[in-house]
Design a binder for this molecule. Sequence first.
Ligand SMILES: [Zn+2]
Length: 461
Amino acid sequence: MLIENVYIAPVAGPEIESGYIRIEGDRIAELGAGPAPGVPDGTARIDGTGCLATPGLVNTHHHLYQWASQGLAQDATLFEWLTALYQVWAAMDAEVVHGAATAGLGWLALSGCTTSSDHHYVFPKGRGDLLAAEIEAAREVGIRFHPARGSMDRGQSQGGLPPDVVVEELDDILTATAEAVDAYHDPSFSSMLRVAVAPCSPFSASAALMTESAALARAKGVRLHTHIAETMDEDEHCVKQFGLRPVDYMEQLGWLGPDVWFAHTVHLSDGDIGKLAATGTGSAHCPSSNGRLGAGIARVSEMLRRGANVGLGVDGSASSELTPLAGEMRQALLFQRARYGPDALTARQALELATLGGARNLGRAGELGSIEPGKLADLALWRVDGPFTAAVADPVCALVFGPPPPLARVLVGGRSVVEDGELRTVAQDEAGRAGVAARQRLLRLAEERGFTAAKEVHPET
Ligand SMILES: [Zn+2]
């Protein structure tokens, strides 16, 4: 396959104003300026005139099931929001998760995402195989998937935040997590699916779960993920319960290292940033969610300057309703500039966060995140020649500073997942309807358990 006449922003290496990208199998074979030399007969050609080619975007923090609980607890802090929604989530089952994940992953693909992680940490008893349900949805939508088998074992009776009804026993968690890695994790170069180990947060997972999870992940050779330093409430909780701030607590538990990436890392000291940089610990920056919950603005430009890796995440849909991954580049750029000034983050840096930064978080910088020969052919072709978009002089500026432009193509390993702005792997309308049905089902199941979601978590109604 050959993409021609296209503006290429490879992220690694110089940009090409008009050039070509040649794909062989699922990999990028070569790229260059001008027309491609010596193209064999029968090569499929995509005319990229008027398009910007970037690496496919990489989403490094999400909770897909939350697609079914969007629009609730609209004006709450993180702890208020969680406390309201745990009761709703306790009712979810495999059908809810499959519908929510189909809509959520379809939506991500429609914003240029070719690889997404998902942090699923609510496993109510007897509700079916929730992890298998989201994995099935990812296979159908056709983007690379890195589900993190999440967990909570520290319910309210143990001093944690979640009600006991949504937590699991430590031994059950470790067994299920090991089984998930054995069943699904594919470490190969072209892998469409890798599993990570992901206790939820310091206020919902015990120290034993954290250390045992780290030991399990390292024994299996998979990555570790959790939420850290999202809000000042969490900071205070950690100091009170453990005598340590969140990053110091993680360090004590053996949770800093190049195989770890954290969600949020909003409230960091200078020393915390130094520890993340020195240990190669990554961060998933989720600016829309941080804004929605009033959590604060992460010190991303300082983290980058000091050599800490940062990728982007949309976070769960219930705290970042309908957030497109491409839009997080803009949100990150504007947040950093609002905090630090207009040179805090450039359009190119924001694009790198969304691509190579994300690939590093997931341990896949060798395969993903930039347009280079030998890497996987995961690409987004943005149409920047529309009658309005074309008024912006620089296509990368048009992509990052403005609302996301339409997508001509999204390729995953050379396969079209989106074409002319529409999903091609699944029926787009059906994917959307699956998300609506998931919401209706979840709220009905919650009501059957005696919890009226609309009344409890949306006070205006
Ligand atoms: Zn999250």
